[in-house]
Structures are given as structure tokens and as C-alpha cells.
Unconditional design. Sequence first.
Length: 279
Amino acid sequence: MATSTPAATLRDFTGTLVLVGAGKMGGAMLEGWIALGLDAKRIVVIEPQPSGEVAALRALGLRLNPDEGVTRDPSVVVLAVKPQSAPDVLPAVRPMVGASTLVLSIMAGRTLAFLQQGLPDAAIVRVMPNTPAAIGRGIAVAVANGRVSSAQRGLADRLLAATGAVEWVTDEQLMDAVTALSGSGPAYVFLLAESLAKAGTAAGLPVDLAARLARATVAGSGELLHRSPLDATGLRENVTSPGGTTAAALEVLMAKDGLDPLLEKAVAAATRRSRELKG
């Protein structure tokens, strides 16, 4: 596995990028690309129901659902539609894909083998992003097929880095566990905030105060984890005084039937479901 730290610029991109699907994730990526200097004139968006924000980018030269039809041989085609739309989308995309086109797919569960059936001989990168990409704090895990060149991988790196960190794997089988951990993971964190608020209410706090405290605590702790050179264990230990209130709570959470085995079961269940959804 490799972690990328690409230069934060897309100003030197000279080809054409076609974004197929500009919903929440596609729209977040589009916003990030433009923020990193990608010229909107080089972007074609295919989206039957564009948001006002996406439509407004036409003023910068972005081409939205162009009347001239299929764009041929773009440098990049990004597939950001729902996975269930893939059987209809791939035949429409196929005429666009030239010998030097990079196909970047963020369709959950759609494997390289599936994509290669619809787009034979294409250079394809399969990606699992997550929803914090919407604020530039996501993490994406990518795996490439054998046709992706080093230059194309570098371009994929820069495009994905527009919405957060990027990790690369060589074993596609890991993507099910990636989906279970980072793809679904934000929901686990949001559930933690919900559960903390409920626990605070049960301890006697007003409902609205408990919700605000839980939200701020989870958000602030996440930001501290992001900025600190310490790992999660070190940060936890710094908060925990022997014999104190935190230690009393952690004794429950770190028991044999506590948080670790519960999360292990949860991630295992999500991993199994990811494999099932691939058919």
C-alpha cells in the first residue's frame, strides 16, 4: 500500500476531463478540481439534473450536457454515477474512451473486471472515496488495472487529492474492507455522536445541550487527531488520568465485550455485504 502526497495544483492540466454524474460526490470533486486551478473550460459535465452550483460554472466556461454530443478521446473520464446505473452508463461512455483516456470510477462495488467488460482495453482506476470529501477532508483508496501508466496514475493522484488524502493498494480484494472501514466509517462516527448525546441525556443533561456537547466533542476530537503528531492511542492516553472519570468510562468501553469486538463485528458485516453486492 502506498500513500500519495501530490502537488496541490491542476493548473498544468491541458486535456479534457469528462465528469459523468455531478451529484454530491461528483460535485465535491468538481469543486475541488477548480479550487486547485483546473480550467473550467477543460471540463465537460454530463448530468441530467445539475445543481445550481454546477450550472453556474458555465459562466467560467464549463460545458454542461453539450449539444455537440459525445466528447471523443478525453484525457480523463470520471464515472461518478450510482452503481446501479453502470449497465446503462458504460455503453454510452464507451465511444468517448480513446487509447490514451484514463477512466476513474468512484462507483461503489463495481470491480475492475466489471468495468473492463464494458470498457475493453481501457486504463481504469477504481476508487472508494468517502463523504468528508465534500469539505476537502475525505480519504480515497484507489486500485489500478494493468493498463494505467505511471503518468496516468500521477494524474489520478492529483484529481483525487482535490478532496482529501489518497491511498493506493495493489490488491483489489482489499476494497471490500476499505468500503467497510472508510467508505461506511463516517456513519459510525455520526452514530457515536448520536449515542454520546443520548448517554448525556440519560445522565441528566437537557436534550439540546447534550446534542451540542456531543457534536462539538466528536468534531473537535477528530480535528485534534488530524492535526496532532500523536496517534489515536497517544491522544487517548493523554486524556486518561489514572483513577479518573475517563478511566472509569474506558474500563467499560475497553472491556472484552466493549467497543473493539463490537466494531470488529460491524466492519466484518459491512465487508461481507460489500462482497455480496458485487454478486
